[in-house]
Design a protein around this ligand. Structure first.
Ligand code: GLU
Length: 548
């Protein structure tokens, strides 16, 4: 077989050569040890937590080493592509602070190793396809769907491994005449790799996460180019990561089964193999067993979920770091205020089996992160979230920033800041009562008669003075308690509850309910100071009116 003639026949329009491409995309001049890596997602419109886990791993490896992180859009599967998905992808990753030094952007490409969208690289793949054909390492296959499924059925019936290999590789050694006949009849074809591997052979391979692996050679003649001339993932991976000068491939471990083929392909193409960082899946507890997070069952797999719930980016970032590197939490305890990017992240610390995603833990981390922020920061982030997800609440926050910041300052700062909020979504239930529109009508415990409650509220109103400090304010509450036959002596009450009509806690609850509509609120004295004299009094008065 004249392989060069076959190559010319299949790819008559390819004029570039591997050499011209090597020149066009020269080796990068970067410091020793610099990691060049990438995120290479498919634009399906769904950005998930796994993307972020991989993205952060890649980002840390690149930027801690003085290297480059780029974004390549793997849009070879046009069927799966959703309009606008690239924008969603770029925006979402940006939202989580993944900074790309080069690659696809919303307005096009940034960088000199592009194009960074695979569909725009067809001509480049064809250069290498032609080269492989000319060297006898790839060939056209004209099998129809029917022939392929007949083959599969036969293999299944014989209990053999399914696939296009060995004696099943129908077009592997066909003559030039057969090929020409099909081509002139206009039959569609795919380009297949001519594998010389054998499943009898194994070799050792080192993965940065999985460690030492024993790999069995690939004997399948996998597809390189589909019938529309667009490459498969495998071929595009080899060509792109070579020409873009990737040193480390960070990707999900669902690619491990095809790694033997990838290794083979890099060798056939004369490319230096990058290092691989295969990341295990994210799992969750389902009852007593672990399972992979699923797009269908688990809304918390989508990154949009965290944005809509209002988890601050800092919290998600912090939590993922604790998942990725087991020593991160210790480091954080020792360096509570340090910038997370100064942590010495290592891919070697990733759990090879993947990670258990723990929503409760994320919530805890988030409470801590929000507790660390000052009121102005919380105000800013909360408002930004509310503008998108709760515009009515946003309009209230914006109408009086000082009021909102005073509320958000409650219990903030100091050694033991309050941890009231895990998400921005929780802010309205927590502080909404400060706004008259969100104030709920109080529901009092029926064991107290209305007259007693009214009595307490009227006495409180009569003695209320905004100038009181919190001690003086509470002395007045205690005085009312004693005056109406309730007790301030909680011990005595516990010893004999029948001796009293109630306690100072009950009296406080009446006042709290009247002012906040809730039985639970931040420190009541502080709440009143923020609400101001008029609003506090008005609320008590309207509660009295409603009870009367
Ligand atoms: N497009 C592939 C995916 O989304 C990329 C895998 C890789 O990073 O090489 O799974």
């Amino acid at each position: 077989m004249d392989y060069q003639a076959l190559a010319d026949l299949l790819f008559p329009n390819v004029t570039d050569t591997p050499e011209t491409l090597e020149e066009r995309f020269p080796l990068r001049s970067l410091p020793e040890g610099a990691v060049v890596t990438r995120m290479a997602p498919s634009p399906t419109g769904f950005v998930h937590l796994g993307n972020l886990v991989q993205g952060l791993t890649a980002e840390r490896m690149a930027h801690l080493s003085g290297g480059i992180l780029f974004l390549r859009v793997e849009d070879t599967d046009a069927k799966r592509e959703v309009p606008g998905a690239v924008e969603v992808l770029i925006d979402t990753l940006k939202h989580y602070g993944i900074h790309f030094d080069e690659g696809a952007t919303i307005d096009g490409d940034n960088g000199s190793y592009g194009p960074y969208r695979q569909r725009q690289r067809a001509a480049i793949y064809h250069v290498y396809a032609k080269k492989l054909v000319s060297e006898g390492m790839a060939y056209p296959c004209f099998c129809t769907e029917e022939e392929l499924s007949a083959m599969r059925e036969k293999q299944e019936a014989n209990k053999e491994t399914t696939g296009y290999y060995g004696k099943y590789a129908m077009w592997r050694d066909r003559s030039m005449e057969d090929i020409q006949a099909q081509l002139s009849a206009g039959a569609p074809w795919v380009l297949r790799f001519r594998s010389t591997g054998s499943i009898e052979n194994q070799f050792k391979f080192d993965d940065l996460v999985k460690g030492k692996l024993t790999i069995t050679e690939n004997d399948v003649d996998h597809v390189l180019l589909k019938s529309d001339g667009i490459p498969t993932y495998h071929f595009a991976h080899a060509v792109d990561d070579h020409l873009m000068r990737t040193t480390h491939v960070v990707r999900g471990d669902e690619w491990l089964p095809t790694l033997p083929f990838h290794i083979q392909l890099f060798k056939a193409l004369g490319f230096r193999l990058p290092k691989y960082v295969h990341i295990g899946p994210l799992m969750k507890m389902d009852g007593t067993s672990k399972r992979k997070l699923s797009k269908r069952k688990d809304p918390e797999l989508a990154l949009t979920f965290y944005k809509a719930e209002g988890f601050p980016v800092e919290a998600v970032y912090e939590y993922i770091m604790t998942l990725l590197n087991s020593n991160y939490e210790d480091w954080r305890r020792a360096n509570p205020t340090a910038d997370a990017t100064t942590f010495k992240f290592s891919p070697k610390k990733l759990n090879p089996a993947g990670n258990l995603f723990d929503y409760a833990k994320l919530t805890d981390v988030s409470k801590n992160e929000i507790a660390k922020m000052d009121a102005a920061t919380v105000y800013e982030k909360l408002t930004e979230w509310a503008k998108e997800f709760d515009p009515d609440f946003a309009s209230k926050l914006v109408a009086d920033p000082d009021f909102a910041k005073a509320i958000l300052a409650i219990g903030r700062g100091g050694k033991k800041p309050r941890k009231d909020l895990a998400t921005w979504k929780e802010a309205k239930p927590y502080m909404g009562f400060f706004y008259d529109d969100y104030l709920e009508s109080p529901v009092f415990d029926e064991k107290f008669d209305k007259a007693t409650i009214i009595d307490v509220l009227e006495r409180f109103l009569a003695s209320f003075d905004m100038a009181d400090d919190s001690a003086a304010w509470f002395d007045k509450v205690k005085a009312i308690t004693e005056a109406i036959g309730f007790t301030t002596d909680m011990k005595a009450y516990k010893a004999d509850p029948t001796a009293y009509k109630g306690t100072v806690a009950d009296v406080s609850t009446f006042i709290r309910l009247a002012v906040t509509g809730k039985t639970n609120s931040p420190d009541l004295y502080t709440v009143m100071q923020i609400l101001g004299c008029q609003r506090t009094k008005a609320r008590i008065q309207s509660t009295i009116a409603a009870l009367s």
